[in-house]
Design a protein around this ligand. Sequence first.
Ligand SMILES: Cc1ncc(COP(=O)(O)O)c(C=O)c1O
Length: 282
Amino acid sequence: MAKLAYLNGEILPVEKASVPVEDRGYQFGDAVYEFIQSFNGRLFCLEPHLDRLERSLAELDFPPVSRKTVRQGIEALFDRAKIKQAGIYIQISRGVQPREHAYADNLTPQIVMTIADLEGEIPAEYQKGIAVRTTQDYRWGRCDIKTVQLLPAALEKRRAMEEGLADTIFISPEGMVREATAANAFAVIDGRVLTHPLDEHILPGITRSVVLALCRELDLPHGEKYFTLEELYGADEAFLTATVLGILPVIRVDGHPIAGGVKGSKTHSLQEAFKQKVEQGG
Ligand SMILES: Cc1ncc(COP(=O)(O)O)c(C=O)c1O
């Protein structure tokens, strides 16, 4: 079947879906996005993704966008594409306007979606654990908003790949571990599963919150707490979380082996519990 896209209420082949060159998303990165995955033919955590999308829109003072319209668009595209393990990318730009930094009132947001088949997307060897590098965070100061301004993430993911690594983790100027290019970062330190608290320096990941809930269910000691790169080097275990990755063990950071270079037991328990949750539809 031809690859499909959604464009402002219409579903059409992706190559026929186009937006005007004066779209503010194209010229200023003035757009927000979401990425939702389905498992066994069911969309996982749809409502939390819509909540986050609404928050991103509100934080950037976008004109109103109906949650119902977006939900119906996602469901229509998903139904038409008939992909069991789908990744749906949703982008909403502020609208189209002759190029001018200050945005006009009453623009019409442009809603675009694409859908891809994610079956077998993550390389099998990643399940054993990945090696990552780190760099000082040079992204903007509102990483809690899911905007399409992703150049540092794109550059640092590419640099990681050029070095034969899977990803890059951003570190604060004070040496705190923030998150990876498109995933939240966790470490097990002194027996506790820790991740960066929610603030303007990290994305409030949906998978992150599922994992924290699983820690509660499994009675694993855990917390939202800052930790340093030095602490990560010495951690018992480490992993990344993201919609497209699930829970991915990290076994090497800047060349330092974590947990002797093998996946840890808490990471394994969380992966198993996550798999069950996904199979039950969230
Ligand atoms: C910077 C960043 N952090 C974290 C995440 C993980 O978020 P989620 O679990 O909602 O996919 C993403 C996902 O795209 C991201 O881009």
